[in-house]
Design a protein. Structure first.
Length: 325
């Protein structure tokens, strides 16, 4: 379900950024204002990133193979990480380069005046702000459907699916960048001092670099492999505890194979003297209970054991392991 919400937000952002990029390039070619070029490249990077997210989602749906027995769910994490690299290099570093280039151009006296086209960047940026606001609103609406009680910062930090956090941060950066550009261009046109344009371009570059670094850190954690959320672990432990033949959960580990694919491995305590058939029935019941409580648990491995006090840690109701007293 979260994946569907993410796809809708990605498509909305892709359509908005593609149209905005074209208008920004036209404005730059007509006026020569560097903030417009930085913003145009920013929109191109964003549109490319959304294309990458859609491609990652498509590749993640491939069937498992002998070489990749757990499937390709992590493709979505890989492409999200690539997005952070593209945003850093194509968006952020290019904007900083353009700021330096424009600074040297102004200092040497070769700056191009927008002339009669002075109104074009103001009109383009105003329209772009409206379109980006609509895209950002879509991302917020889709996020609200899945984030529960978490704040937006907590959702970005702890979400196990990458699309919505990426779109939220990209759209926020796009809106702030447009505001920086609008202020810089307006001041440049009013005062005739195009160092304001340089400053706006540099601020856009710094903003994109910061957002890219945040995205890289978050997606790196997902690539390394994160466990189920505390709420998910609690539901799994409760489901196991509800199976009559299981005395307790001795220890448990979880790992997200993809945003909607969870591996659960647990050692469960059964009563001494149970027959092999009884143990097998208990494991079948436990797997069914786990899937009912946590539908994203696609790979479940349960190891039965005889629990001995003081010989192994016990999993608490919160899903964490604690020593037995």
């Amino acid at each position: 379900m979260a994946g569907n919400h993410g796809t809708k937000a990605v498509v909305a952002a892709l359509l908005a950024n593609s149209g905005i990029a074209v208008t920004k390039f036209i404005a730059f070619f007509l006026t020569g204002i560097s903030s417009m070029l930085a913003e145009a490249i920013h929109s191109v990077a964003d549109a490319g990133n959304q294309g990458l997210l859609l491609l990652g989602g498509k590749k993640a749906r491939r069937e498992a193979t002998e070489q990749h027995p757990f499937g390709y769910g992590r493709e979505r994490y890989v492409y999200a990480f690539i997005v952070s690299i593209v945003l850093f290099s194509v968006g952020g570093l290019f904007a900083l380069y353009e700021a330096r280039h424009k600074f040297l151009e102004i200092r040497s006296g070769h700056h191009e005046d927008p002339g009669t086209w002075w109104w074009v960047p103001l009109a383009v940026l105003s329209i772009a702000i409206v379109l980006e606001t609509l895209s950002f609103r879509t991302a917020i609406q889709e996020t609200d459907k899945v984030r529960g009680d978490a704040s937006y910062a907590q959702f970005i930090r702890h979400s196990r699916q990458p699309e919505l956090p990426v779109i939220l941060l990209e759209d926020l950066a796009a809106l702030l960048g447009l505001v920086f550009a609008l202020v810089a261009v307006s001041l440049s046109l009013l005062t005739g001092n195009y160092y304001f344009d340089v400053g706006g371009t540099a601020m856009i570059g710094i903003l994109l670099v910061v957002v890219a670094v945040v995205l890289a850190i978050e997606t790196k954690s997902l690539l390394l492999g994160e466990s189920a959320t505390p709420e998910s672990r609690q539901r799994i432990v409760a489901a196991l505890a509800a199976v009559p033949a299981i005395e307790r959960v001795i220890h448990m580990k979880t790992l997200h194979l993809g945003p909607e694919e969870l591996l659960v491995a647990a050692k469960i305590g059964v009563r001494a003297g149970e027959s092999a058939q009884d143990v097998a029935d208990a494991i079948d019941a436990a797997e069914e209970a786990i899937r009912a409580a946590e539908p994203v648990a696609t790979a479940i491995y349960l190891e039965p054991d005889i629990f001995r006090d003081g010989h192994a840690p016990e999993v608490s109701a919160s899903g964490t392991t604690s020593p037995v007293v």
